[in-house]
Design a protein around this ligand. Structure first.
Ligand code: ANZ
Ligand code: ZN
Length: 818
C-alpha cells in the first residue's frame, strides 16, 4: 500500500526539482516576466512561523504564475549585516561572521525543507564583499550626486545599542530594536538627502494602486507635507530678522508673541547682551534633554521663558515679545513660531499660563465669540481686528495676506515637510564600511570606485568606550589619501543596514555580475517587482528607503522605472492564544517541529488556510490536524483510482450526477483561479478545493468514471501551488511522467457554470416562509403551481383568499392573501 508519509516524499521531490531546474529562472525566455519577491530575512538563527507564512504566500503565487505560463523570478537572500550578530559575538567572545553564516546555512535548509521554489543561483548575502562592494559603489553615486553629506547636529542616540539611529528608527521616543529611550547627542554624521525627494515620494504614492491604503497613509503622514507661509519679523534693537513658518497667515494680526525652539541658531545672538543669559542657557539645556515625544505630546506641560527681547510685527510695527519654549521643535519649519493664542490651542495654553495677551482675529459668522475665550477658536470665520483685511473670510485671507507679504518682501508661501534627511552612520562593526577617507590636505575624499570594496577589517575590539569598533584597528584606520598620496585616516562608522536592503531586489536580477551592482537591462526587464510580500513594520522604513533609492537610480539613468514595487501584500502576524508568538510569552510553535511531525505540505496548507494573508492568523493545533487529514483524503482518493487512471475512459457528463460533478469541478477551477490570482485569498481557494474533494467522495459508484477522474486530476493541479510535494507525488501516481509544476493551469468551461436551477424565496404577504429550487426553464405558471403545494407555505394561506401570486423571475414568489 502507498501510504501518505510526508518524510518519504518531500526530500525526494525537493531534490528532483533542484536537479531538474524547475525553479530556475530562464533569463532568455520569451514568456511574460513575473517577479515575485518576499522580504529577505535577517539570519537570526532559525525560521519562525512568521517566516513560514511569508514564504508560503510567496511560493503559492510563484508556482501559480509558472503554471500560468509566466517566466517567474522568485529569489531569496540574506539581510546579513546587523547588530544581533555583533552582540552574539561580544557575548560569546567570537566573531559575527561564523555566527551569521551558520545561521544562514540552517535557515536556508529550513526554507528548502518547506519546498519553497527559489532559484538558489541568485542568492544574495549583504555581508559578503561581492555584495557590499556595490553598496559602497551606490554610496559613492549618492555622494557624487550631492545626496550624501556629513553634518554635525543633535542626533538620536540609543544608549543600549551604543549607536545613532535614523528618525524612522525612533518609535514613540524609543529605539526600534530594543525599546530603550532615545537621547540626543551632538555628533558629526553622514546623511542621505532623502528630503530632496519628499515631493516625489509623496506624489508617486498616488500611482500605486497595488499598495494597501494603510501603508500609503503611513508614508504620507511620515513625509508630512504642510503648505504654509514664512513670515519675516524684524528684531528690535538688533540686526537680522526672524522667520516663522505658519499654516495660518490669516491670523497674523492676532500674534501676541513669538516663540523660538531653544535650539534656534539665532537665540545666542539675540540674547548676547541679555541680563538673563545664564538663566536662558540653563533652560535650553533642560529642554534639550527631553525627547521629541515628551516635548510635543498634547498632554506635555508647555514650558517657556521670555528672552527679554522684542520682535517687530511686519504689518503693525508693534513690539512682540520673543519667548523660547519646549513645544517648538528645532527642525520643523523654521524652528520659530508666531504665537496666536486666540486660534491655536497650544498657544492658548501657553499664553494663559504666562499671562500673554489673547487677541481674536477670526470671528465665526453665526455667533460672535464669547470673551474672554475659554479655549482657542480654530474654526472658520471672518477677519476682525485685522486692519484692511477685516471682513474677509479667513480662508480667502490666507491667500490675500500671503500675497501682500510677498509683495512687500516680508514673506513667501512655502512648503514644509516632517521628513528629515536619513542619518546613515552607525557606530557599530557588523555593517558596510563607509568608503571615505579624511586627508589633512584634501579633506573628505571618497574612495575611488576601482578601489572598492573597502573591506571590513577582521580584527577589531568591541565595546571600547567612545569608539566605533573599526577605529580600534589601526591598520584599517591609517591609510593613504587616494587623491594626494599623503597620510589619511578612514571613516570608521559603518552604514545603516537599511541601506543594504534598499537595493537587494535589483541585485537578484544579476546576482553574480562582477562589473556593476546590477545589469541595467535585466533590472529593467524584471522590475518593478510584481508582487512584494512583507511585514507592515517596514511601512516607513524599508519601503520608503527603497522607493528613495529607486528614484535616485532612475535620475542617474540606471533604471527606467521610478517605483520598485508595483503591488504590495503585507501579511498579518501569527498569533497563539491571542498573542504574537514570542519566547517571552512561551507560546512559540516551531516550524521544525511542525514539519517533522506533519510535513511541509501540511504546514503550508494550514498557514494559508487559517486566515486571509493580511489578517492575523491564530495558531490552532486542531487546524493543523485538519489540514493533515485533508491531504490524507486527497492522497487516498488518487491512490484508490490508480488502476482506473491506467485505463482512463473519456468523460461523459450527460447523466445528472456526472453533470453535477463536472459543474462542481469547473466552479472550483474558477474560484481557485480568481481567489489566488486576483484576490490573493488563499484561504477561500483552499476551501473550494476541499469542497470539490468532498463532492468527489460523495460521487456515486455507478456514475460516470471519466468525469470523476477528471475531477481528481483537477484537484491535484489546483493543489500544486499550495501543497507541492503531495500534488507532485500523486500526479505521478496517477500516471503522469512530467512534473505537475510544469503543467498548464486548468481552464474552466463557462458552459459548466451556467446554472440549471434557481433558488426562489417564497413569501406570503411579504414574509419569507420557504425556499424552493426550480429549473431555470420553468414557466411562470409552473412556478406558481409548485409553490402553492409547499407545506410551510400552505399553512399561511389556508382558509384565506389568494388575491395575487407574483413571480419575480430568478428571485422570489410573493403570495398575497386577504
Ligand atoms: C500660527 C498659527 C495660528 C498656527 C493658528 C496654527 C494655528 P503643521 O500643520 O503641522 O504644519 N509650528 C510651525 N513650526 C513649528 C515648530 N518648529 N514647532 C512647533 N510648532 C510649529 O503645523 C503648522 C503650525 O505649527 C504653524 O502654524 C505653527 O503654528 C506651528 F491659529 O502659526 B501656526
Ligand atoms: Zn589628500
Amino acid at each position: 500500500e502507498h501510504k501518505y508519509v510526508p518524510a518519504d516524499i518531500e526530500k525526494k521531490w525537493q531534490q528532483y526539482w533542484e536537479e531538474a531546474g524547475i525553479n530556475h529562472t530562464d533569463e532568455a525566455s520569451d514568456k511574460p516576466y513575473f517577479y515575485c519577491l518576499e522580504q529577505f530575512p535577517y539570519p537570526s538563527g532559525r525560521l519562525h512561523m512568521g517566516h513560514v507564512r511569508v514564504y508560503s504566500i510567496g511560493d503559492v503565487i510563484a508556482r501559480f504564475k509558472r503554471m500560468h505560463g509566466f517566466n517567474v523570478l522568485h529569489p531569496m537572500g540574506w539581510d546579513a549585516f546587523g547588530m544581533p550578530a555583533e552582540n552574539a559575538a561580544i557575548k560569546n567572545k567570537s566573531h559575527p561572521a561564523p555566527w551569521t553564516y551558520d545561521n544562514i546555512a540552517f535557515m536556508r535548509n529550513q526554507q528548502k525543507e518547506l519546498g519553497v521554489s527559489y532559484d538558489w543561483e541568485r542568492e544574495v548575502t549583504t555581508c559578503k564583499p561581492d555584495y557590499y562592494k556595490w553598496t559602497q559603489w551606490l554610496f559613492l553615486l549618492f555622494y557624487e550626486r550631492g545626496l550624501a553629506y556629513k553634518k554635525k547636529g543633535a542626533v538620536n542616540w540609543c544608549p543600549e545599542c551604543a549607536t545613532v539611529l535614523a528618525n524612522e528608527q525612533v518609535e514613540n521616543g524609543a529605539c526600534w530594536r530594543c525599546g530603550t529611550e532615545v537621547v540626543k547627542k551632538d555628533l558629526e554624521q553622514w546623511y542621505l538627502r532623502i528630503t530632496d525627494y519628499a515631493e516625489r515620494l509623496l506624489n508617486d504614492l498616488d500611482h500605486l494602486p497595488g499598495w494597501p491604503e494603510r501603508v500609503k497613509t503611513m508614508q504620507r503622514n511620515w513625509i508630512g507635507k504642510s503648505t504654509g507661509t514664512e513670515i519675516i519679523f524684524g528684531i528690535d534693537k538688533h540686526d537680522g530678522l526672524l522667520t516663522v513658518f505658519t499654516t495660518r497667515p490669516d491670523t497674523l494680526y492676532g500674534v501676541t508673541y513669538l516663540v523660538l525652539a531653544p535650539e534656534h541658531p539665532d537665540l545666542d545672538r539675540i540674547t548676547r547682551k541679555s541680563p538673563k543669559r545664564d538663566e536662558i542657557r540653563a533652560f535650553v539645556e533642560e529642554v534639550r534633554k527631553k525627547s521629541e515625544i515628551e516635548r510635543t505630546s498634547d498632554t506635555a506641560e508647555k514650558v517657556g521663558m521670555f528672552t527679554g527681547e522684542y520682535a517687530i510685527h511686519p504689518k503693525t510695527g508693534d513690539p512682540i515679545p520673543i519667548w523660547i519654549a519646549n513645544y517648538v521643535l528645532p527642525d520643523y519649519g523654521t524652528g520659530a513660531v508666531m504665537g496666536v493664542p486666540a486660534h491655536d490651542q497650544r498657544d492658548f495654553e501657553f499664553a494663559t499660563k504666562y499671562n500673554l495677551p489673547i487677541q481674536p482675529v477670526v470671528q465665526p459668522e453665526d455667533a460672535p465669540l464669547e470673551l474672554p475665550l475659554r479655549e482657542a477658536y480654530t474654526g472658520e470665520g471672518v477677519l476682525v481686528n485685522s486692519d484692511r483685511f477685516n471682513g474677509l473670510h479667513n480662508l480667502e485671507a490666507i491667500d490675500r495676506i500671503s500675497a501682500n507679504l510677498e509683495q512687500e518682501g516680508k514673506g513667501k508661501r512655502t512648503v514644509s515637510y516632517r521628513l528629515r534627511d536619513w542619518l546613515i552612520s552607525r557606530q557599530r562593526y557588523w555593517g558596510c564600511p563607509i568608503p571615505v577617507v579624511y586627508c589633512d590636505n584634501c579633506g573628505t575624499v571618497p574612495v575611488p570606485k576601482d578601489q572598492l570594496p573597502v573591506l571590513l577589517p577582521e580584527q577589531v575590539q568591541f565595546e571600547v568606550a567612545g569608539k566605533s569598533p573599526l577605529a580600534t584597528n589601526e591598520s584599517f584606520v591609517n591609510t593613504t589619501c587616494p587623491s594626494c598620496g599623503g597620510k589619511a585616516t578612514r571613516e570608521t562608522d559603518t552604514m545603516d543596514t537599511f541601506i543594504d536592503s534598499s537595493w537587494y531586489y535589483l541585485r537578484y536580477t544579476s546576482a553574480k555580475l562582477e562589473t556593476a551592482p546590477f545589469d541595467i537591462e535585466a533590472a529593467n526587464r524584471w522590475l518593478p517587482v510584481d508582487k512584494y510580500i512583507g511585514g507592515i513594520e517596514h511601512a516607513v522604513l524599508h519601503l520608503l528607503y527603497s522607493r528613495f533609492f529607486t528614484k535616485v537610480l532612475y535620475d542617474a539613468g540606471l533604471v527606467n522605472f521610478e517605483e520598485p514595487f508595483d503591488s504590495l501584500l503585507t501579511q498579518g502576524m501569527v498569533i497563539k492564544e491571542g498573542a504574537k508568538m514570542s519566547k517571552s510569552k512561551g507560546n512559540v510553535v516551531s516550524p521544525e517541529d511542525i514539519v517533522a511531525r506533519y510535513g511541509a505540505d501540511t504546514a503550508r496548507t494550514f498557514i494559508l488556510f487559517a486566515a486571509p494573508p493580511d489578517r492575523d492568523l491564530e495558531w490552532s493545533d486542531q487546524g493543523v490536524e485538519g489540514c493533515y487529514r485533508f491531504l490524507g483524503r486527497v492522497w487516498r482518493l488518487a491512490d484508490a483510482h490508480v488502476d482506473l487512471f491506467a485505463n482512463r475512459p473519456a468523460a461523459d457528463h450527460s447523466g445528472s450526477d456526472a453533470r453535477k460533478l463536472w459543474q462542481q469541478t469547473h466552479f472550483a477551477i474558477k474560484k481557485v483561479t480568481e481567489d489566488i490570482g486576483e484576490r490573493y485569498q488563499f484561504n477561500t481557494a483552499i476551501s473550494a478545493i476541499m469542497e470539490l474533494v468532498n463532492a468527489i467522495y460523495g460521487y456515486p459508484e455507478t456514475a460516470d468514471v471519466g468525469t470523476k477522474l477528471d475531477a481528481i486530476e483537477t484537484v491535484l493541479l489546483l493543489l500544486a501551488p499550495v501543497a507541492p510535494h503531495v500534488a507532485e507525488e500523486l500526479w505521478r501516481t496517477i500516471g503522469h511522467r512530467d512534473s505537475v509544476h510544469q503543467q498548464a493551469w486548468p481552464k474552466y468551461d463557462p458552459a459548466a457554470l451556467v446554472k440549471d436551477e434557481i433558488e426562489y424565496a417564497v413569501q406570503v404577504n411579504g414574509k419569507v416562509r420557504d425556499r424552493v429550487v426550480i429549473s431555470k426553464d420553468a414557466s411562470q405558471e409552473e412556478i406558481q403551481q409548485l409553490v402553492l403545494t409547499l407545506d410551510k407555505v400552505k399553512e399561511h394561506f389556508e382558509g384565506k383568499e389568494i388575491k395575487k401570486c407574483i413571480v419575480v423571475p430568478g428571485k422570489l414568489v410573493n403570495i398575497v392573501v386577504g
